[in-house]
Design a protein. Sequence first.
Length: 138
Amino acid sequence: MSSGIFLNEFVGWRSQFRVGTANLFTGQSPSLFYRSVLDVEYLSAPNHVNQPAEDDPATQVAVLDTLYKVAGIGLPGPTQNFENATMTYFRGGRGGPVLFSGFSIWDCRRSHEQALVDFVLTDLWGLMPRGAQGGPLP
């Protein structure tokens, strides 16, 4: 594989992307438990990906959706880059849909992690939860 082909062909990130550090406002004092800095990969320029519609090849449809965008000190503001997309869902690749995250879900609060994982498993992958729902750890 040549340089950059994975992000271009399989993930749909065809414009400029960067790796940055965002200072977060968590409402908590920084510590080992509450992180105040998050390392992210994000699209640093508009990235519109369109392909012909299946039922009407003359019509172009968007095949890259932004699921999460990131903002914070150290990242471009809305006048420089409108979205700073860090999690995207690409439906136009050769191997089927691809969910790409430019951040580690382990850096999020547990409730946010749970909501994100539930969304991916149920809404994107069509899996229904079985058994006990996650609760506090013993």
